[in-house]
Design a protein around this ligand. Sequence first.
Ligand SMILES: Cc1ncc(COP(=O)(O)O)c(C=O)c1O
Length: 187
Amino acid sequence: MVRTSFITVSFKVKELKEKIAKLEAVSTKQIVIGNGSNEILELAGRAFLNNKSSALMSKHAFAVYKIIAQVCGSKIIEVPMIDWRHDLENFKNYITGDTRIVFIANPNNPTGTYNSHKDFKDMMQNIPPSVLVVLDLAYYEYVEADDYIKIKDLLDQFDNILITKTFSKIQGLASLSLALPIFFRAL
Ligand SMILES: Cc1ncc(COP(=O)(O)O)c(C=O)c1O
């Protein structure tokens, strides 16, 4: 049978994880494959958020974060941006006792700005370890600046970080629903 309206993609998850682990210099145990990064972002929300929690994000954050928080019945706390850039230094001032997740896309969609590795790391040092920081690197490959995020350094230093990447942007594989890698040391 010839199926012209579907493309079937077949890959072995174990092999895919091994390749990604090698590329990113992490263990295969640190990688989770999902059906697009949106799925993983939602799963993180479902695991950490409920109607007694709050989720922190920039005022002009990727729209899906707000939807996830709403679906989970969680409060949304928005941090104002500076020149369309995340004001990472200010994030600590918006954390409350019920904050469970911080969502940050870097570079950000829709503002197209990025924050440096140093600024992100400084912010991490001021976030309680019980709060999961989701660092969404969907547009990682588009940044050429030297001061941009260094994934391995963050994973080596922080346990409460979950990093998402995707094949749907620079690789253009969204329509194939190929998955994304996620990296974390511990949740
Ligand atoms: C910042 C950001 N994160 C995540 C996604 C979701 O990407 P996907 O589910 O295709 O991996 C998008 C898509 O527009 C995005 O802009």
